[in-house]
Design a protein around this ligand. Structure first.
Ligand code: ADP
Ligand code: ASP
Ligand code: MG
Length: 452
């Protein structure tokens, strides 16, 4: 067995072209402990595949397929020995074409089959790039290990089956090989392809790390670290060298795209240390996510999650009655609607849903759900909102925190505030068009100025 097992995940921009793949291969070749490599589709490919699923018009589908062909053949041509791989890639894309042309509107099972092509193609290409530097590289099919339920588009992993498969199928191989596999995709018990939801490759890598009892999970991406906020919004966002699991989990759940929201769950269960770094600038220090950090600032970072739907439920029957909230949540649970934030008063409840649109483009809050809710309360829906989370430590018990935070936002209409439920966050909703300004104001006042 190797001394250390590291699972390293490389995202879409890290797979964007031959040069990017080469850089990732260098990072891996330098470290013999990187035993399992999990890759995303080349950047933009999952979006193209999603468009193929969404448009039933064959001519549009063909255009997107051509784009995918061109992209992958350009990368393939940069390999030293590309002939057999060029053929293999072209055959796989032919299969995709046969599958989707004339298929009309697709069901969720077929969509997953189509989306999986992105990671299947990138992983084949990347294995060859890695082999040029590290001949022990071997391609393996993630679907043999990543077992999930059949909730297509957002499948739930079966942790025990993954651990069993990782131990029996991959552990023996990593003695002499480095495995290259796909993020995002899995398969149900009957072998049908499933996916873990957009951005799910981080989660795949974490589940594999858990299943293999790995020492370190590395997430290689296009930013050098986890920052104090999205560096695309705030120019002077600062890289964080060390953050706790709890804080990083809150950040990812509340919108920091750098990690898929479920990524840290497996790492926390098995106490796997997590590193986030840049495949473009691997020399720059990244972020370590650990159980306990040396410094624990009250405000560490700020995140933004767009597309929030606010459901306001009002009923005079709530007053001094029991069972109302139970009925409300039972109804939502029946339709598999998950609620993020909740606030209540005597006669009303406000709750947020993370976008009303599901991965198949259907609304969650269908007329059926709304009619059923209206049997026992008045319902109002507000859209076009964003959730801002201020993330840090001991926020629930820090005196004089909310005054300055909301004081800084005196010209902003703040909807629904959640404070106190977690010691690691203070959350609230604002209008979508004001959200970036809110992040800038809070970052400047509570992070930039504090540290200057
Ligand atoms: P990958 O393709 O490698 O999975 P993603 O695009 O999913 O990469 O995630 C990286 C992006 O996450 C960054 O380019 C950045 O814009 C965004 N991001 C959002 N919040 C943060 C944050 N707090 N720190 C770093 N990056 C963030
Ligand atoms: N390729 C998938 C997506 O774009 C999964 C991932 O990149 O994490 O959503
Ligand atoms: Mg990602």
């Amino acid at each position: 067995m190797p001394d250390l097992i590291k699972v390293a995940k490389f995202g879409g921009t890290s797979m964007a072209n031959a040069q990017a793949m080469q850089r990732c291969a260098n990072i891996i070749a330098d470290d013999p402990d990187k035993k399992v490599i999990v890759v995303s589709a080349t950047s933009g490919t999952t979006n193209l595949l999603t468009q193929i699923c969404e448009s039933p018009i064959d001519s549009e589908r063909l255009e997107h397929i051509q784009e995918i062909r061109d992209k992958h053949s350009v990368i393939c041509a940069e390999l030293k020995n590309s002939d057999s791989l060029t053929r293999q890639i072209s055959e796989i894309i032919d299969t995709l074409e046969e599958m989707v042309i004339g298929a009309g509107i697709m069901n969720m099972q077929m969509r997953d089959e189509v989306l999986a092509f992105g990671e299947r193609l990138s992983s084949l290409l990347f294995t060859e790039f890695l082999k040029e530097q590290s001949p022990e590289a071997q391609w393996v099919d993630a679907r043999e290990v990543m077992k999930t339920d059949t909730l297509h588009g957002n499948a739930e992993p079966n942790i025990d089956a993954i651990a069993e498969n990782a131990a029996s199928k991959w552990l023996p191989l990593i003695k002499n090989h480095r495995l290259v596999t796909q993020g995002f995709i899995g398969s149900s018990d009957n072998g049908v392809t499933t996916t873990l939801g957009r951005g799910g490759s981080d989660y795949s890598a974490a589940l594999f790390a858990e299943g293999l009892d790995a020492d370190v999970l590395e997430i290689w991406t296009d930013v050098t670290a986890i920052y104090t906020t999205d560096p695309r919004i705030v120019d002077d966002a600062k890289p964080i060298t060390e953050i706790s699991f709890d804080e990083a989990a809150e950040l990812s759940v509340f919108g920091a795209k750098v990690l898929h929201p479920a990524t840290l769950k497996p790492a926390i269960r098995k106490q796997v240390r997590v590193y986030v770094g840049s495949s473009i600038r691997p020399d720059q220090p990244g972020t370590w996510i650990v159980k306990e950090t040396k410094s624990n600032p009250v405000i560490r970072a700020i995140s933004l999650r767009r597309n929030q739907t606010l459901l306001n439920v009002h009923s005079l029957d709530m007053l001094h009655r029991f069972g109302f909230l139970a009925r409300l949540f039972e109804t939502l649970a029946k339709y598999k609607i998950s609620v993020d934030l909740v606030t209540t008063s005597e006669v009303s409840v406000s709750l947020t849903l993370d976008t009303d649109i599901q991965s198949d483009g259907k609304h969650r809050l269908t007329d059926k759900v709304l009619d059923e809710l209206r049997e026992f309360c008045d319902v109002k829906i507000e859209k076009g909102l964003s959730l801002i989370a201020v993330v840090g430590n001991n926020l629930h018990a820090t005196a004089g925190l909310s005054g300055p935070v909301f004081g800084a936002l005196e010209n902003i209409n703040v909807r629904l505030i959640c404070h106190g439920a977690s010691s690691h966050n203070l959350c609230f909703l604002v209008k979508e068009e004001q959200a970036e300004d809110v992040v800038k104001i809070l970052h400047s006042k509570f992070i930039t100025q504090k540290n200057s």
